[in-house]
Write a protein that binds this ligand. Structure first.
Ligand SMILES: O=c1cc[nH]c(=O)[nH]1
Length: 476
């Protein structure tokens, strides 16, 4: 076994390429990104940390996280406890995330395709990809609805109309879908424009809230807001778990954003800086508005239009909402599209993305999607916590950072395991899933099961002969 440090920059010879002419490289319509499930060639991996930072900070500074910042204050957290819950959850999650991001940098692969190596080709393609595709469509709808609530509030103030939430949400969903279809370059382009605008407008809206003369809105009052439960750990942990659960589902996709990045250092700096700053910003903004209402209301984009700040401010809310939704949802569709392309390889990235957009738009017509975020995010995290633990353990401990790229596309190769399934990995995912529902909230079940599954998988795999895990006997 290779004893090289798997998190050290690899020599170029570890950089995989799709085998020439391999069937999984599907030609896309003209004018859109051509790379689907196959690796991005080394010469195209040129993106620096600043571009990656802009893409990811736009992702983290999203309406969903802003809303969750507000919801956690409504649930009783103090202002600072709500901000802490966001940042802490993201830091935990991004440990796993940045490890799996190295797959994108080193091999140019989409994350979901790399999971063929860890879980077995069939388990990765038929189960994990389907789960991630469904959760991408769910998150697309969740973000759209979180934004649509604000748009509806702004339009009510601007034109005195009370539009149906479903109508606003569906029109908005279609609007967002278009950019995602074009692929990675559209992400870079969109992020560059959106980032400065979002920072300036969100800053302006904070000033509007801070200057509002009703009791509770001044910075001193908000920062001193204690909430009903303040810092009580069991409640803080519920929110840490909810936020972490949502982002653990992205660990399998971390490589998607990083596969055009020029080095691991650029990836680590761009990703971690964006994660911490973006989440702190989203939590701060959402918690500020909710704390200013003394925990009565949760969504800043519904609260601000009611402050009577005038047309200019309403327009600013509208612009930031559109940009904010767009930048996160383009990525939800992009990663969902790549997941579906891993499953239905003949479909290709473009048509897969379109399919996720249609599913997400249909879900965006169901306002229940935003009703119980703790339950819904928790259910997603119960699967993706253990999945993340197992894939990180397999990649780091067993494979020592080495992936045989050609074998990812060879159904009879080493990643076949037993009938296409790494049974040991599957067993630890199922064990983790079972344990998730037994653990009390204060343990942050998504992180706890990720850790347990990682340790359990790594230890049992070390104790078993590799032959047994890979099912070598069965094939010979
Ligand atoms: O929009 C979101 C939120 C959490 N996790 C995702 O994958 N997408």
């Amino acid at each position: 076994m290779n004893s090289r440090n798997p998190l050290k920059e690899p020599a170029d010879d570890t950089t995989g390429r799709a085998p020439d002419g391999q069937a999984d490289a599907v030609r896309q319509p003209r004018g859109v990104e051509q790379h689907g499930v196959e690796p991005v060639p080394l010469e195209q991996r040129t993106v620096g940390w600043w571009d990656l930072f802009q893409i990811l900070i736009n992702v983290l500074l999203n309406p969903g996280l802003i809303l969750i910042g507000g919801l956690s204050v409504v649930a009783g957290l103090s202002f600072w406890a709500a901000v802490f819950a966001q940042v802490f959850a993201i830091v935990i999650t991004f440990v796993a995330y940045t490890i799996m991001g190295t797959v994108g940098v080193d091999y140019g692969l989409p994350g979901i395709v790399s999971t063929r190596a860890f879980l077995g080709i069939s388990l990765s393609r038929w189960i994990l990809s389907a789960l991630r595709a469904v959760s991408s469509a769910f998150f697309f709808a969740f973000q759209t609805l979180a934004g649509a609530l604000g748009i509806k509030a702004v339009l009510a103030q601007l034109f005195g109309v009370d539009l149906s939430l479903i109508l606003v949400s569906v029109v908005f969903a279609v609007f967002q879908a278009v950019v995602a279809l074009f692929g990675y370059n559209s992400l870079k382009w969109l992020s560059k424009i959106a980032f400065p605008l979002k920072v300036v407008i969100l800053g302006y809206l904070l000033v509007v809230m801070a200057g509002h003369d009703a009791p509770g809105f001044s910075p001193g009052e908000v920062f001193a807001y204690k909430g009903e439960v303040g810092w009580e750990w069991p409640v803080v942990a519920v929110w840490v778990n909810t936020i972490a659960a949502g982002w653990f589902s992205q660990v399998t996709d971390a490589a998607d954003y990083c596969r055009y990045t020029r080095s691991r250092k650029h990836m680590w700096i761009g990703t971690m800086a964006a994660a911490v700053i973006g989440t702190a910003g989203a939590g701060f903004f959402g918690a500020y508005a909710a704390a200013a209402t003394l925990g009565e209301k949760s969504n800043p984009f519904e609260i601000i239009p009611e402050l009577g700040a005038g047309t200019w401010t309403l327009l600013m809310v509208l612009i930031v909402l559109v940009l904010d939704n767009w930048t996160i949802n383009v990525l939800n569709l992009y990663t969902g599209g790549l997941s579906l392309a891993n499953l239905a390889t003949r479909l290709g990235r473009f048509w897969s993305t379109l399919a996720i957009a249609v599913a997400g738009t249909l879900l965006a017509a169901m306002p229940a999607v935003v009703n119980d975020v703790n339950e819904a995010f928790g259910a997603i995290g119960s699967v993706f916590g253990p999945v993340s633990g197992v894939i990180v353990a397999d990649y780091l401990v067993l494979k020592r950072g080495k992936i045989d790229v050609a074998a990812l596309f060879d159904p009879q190769g080493p990643y076949r395991y037993v009938g296409g399934v790494n049974v040991l990995a599957l067993a630890w995912i199922v064990i983790g899933l079972g344990i998730y529902f037994l653990l009390p909230d204060w343990t942050i079940p998504v992180a706890a099961t990720a850790l347990l599954s990682a340790i359990g998988y790594a230890v049992t795999a070390r104790l078993m002969p590799m032959r047994a895990i890979e099912g070598t006997k069965e094939r010979t």
